[in-house]
Design a protein around this ligand. Structure first.
Ligand code: URP
Ligand code: ZN
Ligand code: ZN
Length: 472
C-alpha cells in the first residue's frame, strides 16, 4: 500500500475550510484531521498553501473536428495543460456524426483517448446530431446506465451540429425518463444564419461582426425555449456557456417557474468583451468563440450570478484553434473562423485571483464552482469534487502567494495564444495528485506515462438535491 501525508495546509471544500492534514492510501483519502503523524511513504508539506479537491472541468473539446479543422490539443496535450491548472477530471464532448450509431461515436472518442493517453481522468458527454436512425432512442435510453448520463444538444451551428426542436424534445423525453441530463448550447441558429448572410452581403467580413450577428436576443430566445421544452417532457437541463444578462434572466425565470435548470459560464465571458473582436491585424480572430464576448455590464452580471448562486459552475469550454493557421481560415470572412477559445489551464488561478482575491466570493464557493458543483451535476460525486475519506485522492496544493503571469509562452496547451496574455495573478497551482499519484510538481508536469482513466459516471441526480424553484 502506497501512502502520502499532506501536512499543514488549509483544507478547503465547498462546505468550509480548516487547517489540517490528510492521509492518502492507495489512491484514496484515508484520513482528514489535525495533527496526523502517521508514517507515510511520502510527506508533502503544505504550510501556507490551500489543499483543494482537484478541479472538474465538464466542458472541453479535445481533438474535435469542427469548423473545417480539428482542435489542436489531443487527450494528452490538453490534459497535461488541465493538470497544470489544477484540473484532475474533464468531461469531454464526444460528437455523433450524421448517420452514426451513438455507441459507435463513443467508441471513436475512446479510441482518441487510447491513442493519446490522458494525464487526468476523463468522462464523455454525447453530442446528439441525428436521432433518425434505427434504435437511436433505445441506445439513448441506455446511456445513463452505461456511464454517460449527459447528452448535448446544439441549437446553433446551422448546417453542422444544430438540431431542430423535434430532435430536442425526443432526446429530452428519453433522457429525462432514464436518468439523463440534457445540456444545451443555447443560441438561435436559424436567426444567426440570417444575420450572418445579411452582414456578409453588406461586406461586413471582419471578426467584430461575429458579435453583431449573434446578439444577446438570440441567446436568450434559445435559452428560454430550451427551458420550456425540457420542462414539457420533464427533463433536467444544464445550459452551457451563459454569456449575458438576458440569458441569465431566462434561467432565473425557468427556476422561478419550478423547472430543473442548472447553468454555467466560462472565464472568457468574465474577462473579454466584444471590443476584443475589433483588435487590429486579425488579432480579433482569437476572440471568435460562441456565444461571443459581450459587454462590461454582462461581465458584472455574471460575476454577481456566480457569487449569488444564479450560476452553478465555471467551466473552460476549451476549444483550441491555433491563430497562425487555423483561425486564419476566416481572415476574409468571420463566419469561416473556427469557433472556440482556449482556457483549460487558467480557470482556477483566474477565479482565485479575480474572484476570491477581489472579494467577490469565498474559497469554498470557488471550490463549489470549479469542482464540487460539476462533480455533483455530472455523476462524479462523492468520488470526485470533495476531500473526504473514501474519495479519490485528486488533490491540489495551491500556493496563494505565488505570482504568475499568464502567457502562451509558458502555458502547456499546444495553442499559440492565450486569451489572458499578460494577466498577472497572485496564487498558483504548486502540486497536483491524481488518485494519490503526483502529476504536477512545483507547477510543472511530472515526467512519466500519463495515468488518467476513462470514467463511468452515475445517472443524473445521484448526488444532487432537486431544485425547489429557488436559486441554488
Ligand atoms: O465557440 C465555442 N464555444 N466552440 C466550442 C463549441 C461550443 O459551442 O461549445
Ligand atoms: Zn457551445
Ligand atoms: Zn463548448
Amino acid at each position: 500500500m502506497t501512502t502520502t501525508l499532506i501536512q499543514g495546509g488549509l483544507i478547503v471544500t465547498s462546505q468550509g475550510e480548516a487547517h489540517g492534514d490528510l492521509l492518502v492510501a492507495d489512491g484514496r483519502i484515508a484520513l482528514v484531521g489535525g495533527g496526523l503523524d502517521e508514517a507515510a511513504d511520502t510527506v508533502i508539506h503544505a504550510e501556507g498553501c490551500y489543499v483543494l479537491p482537484g478541479a472538474v472541468d465538464p466542458h472541453t473539446h479535445l481533438e474535435m473536428p469542427f469548423g473545417g479543422t480539428t482542435t489542436i490539443d489531443d487527450f494528452t496535450s490538453g490534459t497535461v495543460a488541465a493538470a497544470c491548472g489544477g484540473t484532475t477530471t474533464i468531461v469531454d464532448f464526444c460528437l455523433q456524426e450524421p448517420g452514426q450509431a451513438l455507441g459507435e461515436a463513443l467508441v471513436r472518442w475512446r479510441e482518441k483517448a487510447h491513442r493519446c493517453p490522458p494525464a487526468v481522468d476523463v468522462g464523455f458527454h454525447l453530442g446528439i446530431v441525428d436521432l433518425d436512425l434505427d434504435g437511436a432512442l433505445d441506445e439513448l435510453a441506455r446511456l445513463p446506465q452505461e456511464g454517460v448520463p449527459s447528452l448535448k444538444l446544439f441549437m446553433a451551428y446551422k448546417g453542422a451540429l444544430m438540431v431542430d426542436d423535434e430532435t430536442m424534445v425526443r432526446a429530452m423525453r428519453v433522457a429525462g425518463a432514464n436518468g439523463g441530463l440534457a445540456m444545451v448550447h443555447a443560441e438561435n441558429g436559424g436567426a444567426i444564419a440570417v444575420l450572418i448572410e445579411e452582414a456578409l452581403g453588406r461586406g461586413e467580413t471582419e471578426p467584430r461582426y461575429h458579435a453583431t450577428t449573434r446578439p444577446p436576443a438570440t441567446e436568450a430566445e434559445a435559452t428560454g425555449r430550451a427551458i420550456e421544452l425540457a420542462a414539457l417532457v420533464d427533463c433536467p437541463l444544464y445550459v452551457v456557456h451563459v454569456s449575458c444578462e438576458e440569458a441569465l434572466a431566462e434561467v432565473d425565470a425557468g427556476r422561478a417557474a419550478g423547472h430543473q435548470v442548472w447553468a454555467e459560464t466560462c472565464p472568457q465571458y468574465l474577462f473579454t468583451t466584444a471590443e476584443d473582436l475589433a483588435r487590429p491585424g486579425f488579432e480579433g480572430g482569437k476572440y471568435v468563440f460562441t456565444p461571443p464576448p459581450r459587454t462590461p455590464a454582462d461581465q458584472e452580471a455574471l460575476w454577481g450570478a456566480l457569487a449569488g448562486g444564479r450560476l452553478d459552475a465555471v467551466t473552460s469550454d476549451h476549444c483550441p484553434f491555433r491563430w497562425a493557421d487555423q483561425k486564419t481560415l476566416g481572415e476574409d470572412d468571420f463566419s469561416k473562423i473556427p469557433n472556440g477559445g482556449p482556457g483549460i489551464e487558467e480557470r482556477l488561478a483566474l477565479l482565485h485571483h479575480f474572484g476570491v482575491g477581489a472579494g467577490r466570493f469565498s474559497l469554498p464557493r470557488l471550490v463549489e464552482l470549479v469542482s464540487t458543483g460539476p462533480a455533483r451535476m455530472f455523476g462524479l460525486h462523492p468520488r470526485k469534487g470533495t476531500i473526504a475519506p473514501g474519495a479519490d485522492a485528486d488533490l491540489v496544493v495551491f500556493d496563494p502567494a505565488r505570482r504568475h503571469t499568464i502567457s502562451a509562452a509558458t502555458h502547456h496547451s499546444r495553442v499559440d495564444y492565450s486569451l489572458y496574455e499578460g494577466f498577472e495573478v497572485v496564487g498558483a497551482v504548486r502540486d497536483v495528485l491524481l488518485r494519490g499519484n503526483p502529476i504536477v510538481r512545483d507547477g510543472e508536469p511530472v515526467e512519466g506515462p500519463p495515468g488518467g482513466e476513462l470514467l463511468s459516471r452515475a445517472p443524473f441526480g445521484s448526488s444532487l438535491p432537486i431544485r425547489d424553484g429557488g436559486a441554488a
